[in-house]
Design a protein around this ligand. Structure first.
Ligand SMILES: Cc1cc2nc3c(=O)[nH]c(=O)nc-3n(C[C@H](O)[C@H](O)[C@H](O)COP(=O)(O)OP(=O)(O)OC[C@H]3O[C@@H](n4cnc5c(N)ncnc54)[C@H](O)[C@@H]3O)c2cc1C
Length: 477
């Protein structure tokens, strides 16, 4: 491994880059990466660092995936129609990140505030700042040159010669097709685009409107409406408060509502908390399991997303079953195709950028032969044991990639495989504090905190990658 100091144009900082020495031609692979969101970008970087030749296919005309906000929405507001034109991003206009920027950034490319016009220096910045950060990342690591923009992958399948066929089309010009062969494919197509909606008895006769949060952008369409919002995760929390400013009433229906009776949300005149919906009726009524009934105009599903790989053909070997993508060894490699097919970024309830960085290092190292995988039998046995332990604990399949309680162990395991820096203690503590604050102080956690000591520790660590920060730290003391 060698260390290089590089000064980048447009960058106020010098960053210290880690480069692996080039490997022999034999272990260098031709790799297709699908998607130029945060996962695809960091996968491309790690593959290139390891000496592989990389092409990134991106169906949009710019990088950033989720972080490319668009006011456009899909023609089917609940996202069921298979023929609808897909809008990739699910961001709403007012979205600010829900992790502190110190935690959120890549391990060796800190997401620090930039003193440049147009940048958002807040600790929990708006979505546009994340897109700027990803653009900086792609420029600094020379990734833009390997991205094929506007290219939608429509088919990925294994050929008899052992290589992978990747077929793509230019999104704006259906006639332009390309078929190419690669040694390996890394799938980074994101999993916040294909809506999952709640099953509601009676919905076929209910006369109101329905929309999934994938198509929520601004609160205006909810003015003076009675809204039932289903869900209890981060987006549901943000959107319910935002809508309540213009709507007549907002009724949040969630599994986590513990009280058996409807309750007003403290601090709000027009938000009520209910447990699950029992049924809806042709009179516009919505009956909750808590025994209450209201007449509503709109049901807003903040009920999450489905994994979806419409381009992947594996003859039924890799499947999505009740939102379990499997069988996958450690959420990355299907044993039957390892290591030439891999997935980055499937786990949820995690710190995504950091986790994807480690998964990508692992994939790159395994592809070059620097890191070994267990035998196919041992990988399958590991997967079986994992699935059996979930079944024994009555955990539904759809929670297979939920890492609420296991991400630190998982990240440390990946880091050990790769011989790279384990999860920093400050990052762990900061994440846990922010998660608690998000739950207990949902309106204020982005602007008030009391973990300045951890911010100082983080910045002391960041000096390794951005030496100029040391000077700033001295001046601010
Ligand atoms: C509303 C919302 C808020 C979030 N807030 C946060 C937050 O505060 N902090 C945080 O860390 N994370 C947050 N996330 C999670 C966020 O999605 C991840 O952090 C991360 O950006 C996901 O990156 P990705 O590369 O896996 O997927 P994406 O960003 O979705 O990128 C996938 C890319 O693949 C491309 N693609 C898909 N299919 C094809 C195809 N067939 N051919 C070619 N290209 C294709 C897409 O165009 C896209 O560019 C949030 C997610 C949502 C939906």
């Amino acid at each position: 491994m060698i260390l290089k100091n590089v000064i980048f144009s447009n960058q106020p900082y010098t960053r210290t880059l880690v480069c692996h020495l080039p490997m022999s031609q034999n272990s260098s692979k031709n790799v297709a990466v699908i998607g130029a969101g945060s996962a695809g970008l960091v996968a491309a970087r790690e593959l290139q660092r390891e000496g592989h030749r990389v092409v990134v296919f991106e169906r949009e005309n710019q990088l950033g995936g989720t972080w490319v906000y668009t006011p456009d929405t899909e023609s089917d507001p609940v996202g069921i129609d298979p023929n609808r034109e897909i809008v990739h991003s699910s961001l709403y206009s007012s979205l600010r990140v829900n992790l502190p920027r110190e935690v959120m950034g890549f391990g060796d490319y800190p997401f620090v505030a930039k003193k440049k016009p147009g940048r958002d220096p807040r600790r929990y910045p708006s979505h546009g700042e994340v897109l700027e950060y990803l653009n900086d990342f792609a420029v600094d690591f020379g990734i833009i040159g390997v991205v094929r923009f506007g290219m939608e992958v429509g088919f990925v399948g294994k050929m008899e010669n052992g290589k992978w066929k990747v077929s793509c089309r230019k999104r704006e010009n259906d006639d332009l097709f390309a078929n190419e062969e690669y040694d390996a494919v890394v799938i980074c197509n994101g999993h916040y685009t294909e809506p999952r909606i709640a099953d509601i008895p009676g919905i076929e006769v209910w006369p109101g409107k329905q929309i999934h949060s994938h198509n929520y952008r601004v609160p205006d369409p909810f003015r003076d409406q009675v809204v039932v919002l289903i869900g209890g995760a981060a987006s549901a929390t943000d959107i319910s408060r935002e809508i309540a400013e213009v709507a007549k009433e907002v009724h949040i229906s969630s599994r986590s509502a513990t009280s058996g009776v409807p309750m007003k949300l403290p601090g709000y005149d027009n938000i009520w908390l209910h447990n699950m919906i029992e049924a809806v009726g042709s009179d516009g009524g919505v009956n909750f399991q808590d025994g209450s009934k209201i007449l509503a105009d709109i049901i807003l599903h903040c009920t999450g997303y489905k994994y979806h790989f419409p381009f992947l053909e594996t003859n039924g070997i890799v499947t999505v079953d009740d939102n379990r993508v499997g069988p996958l060894y450690k959420h990355v490699f299907p044993p039957a195709f390892a290591p030439s097919l891999s997935f980055v970024g499937l786990p949820w309830k995690v710190i995504p950028f950091f986790l994807c960085e480690l998964q990508s290092k692992w994939i790159a190292g395994v592809l070059s032969g620097r890191i070994s995988l267990p035998s196919k039998e041992d990988m399958n046995a590991d997967i079986e044991a994992f699935y059996s332990s979930m079944a024994a604990s009555c955990i539904p399949k759809r929670y297979t990639h939920n890492m609420d309680d296991s991400q630190f162990d998982y990240d440390d395991w990946l880091a050990a495989q790769c011989g790279s820096t384990p999860f920093e203690e400050w990052r762990k503590q900061m994440y846990l504090i922010s998660r608690k604050n998000k739950r207990t102080l949902p309106e204020t956690y982005r602007d008030e905190w009391d973990d300045d000591d951890l911010i100082i520790q983080a910045h002391e660590d960041f000096v390794k990658y951005i030496p100029e920060l040391a000077q700033e730290q001295k001046l601010s003391r």
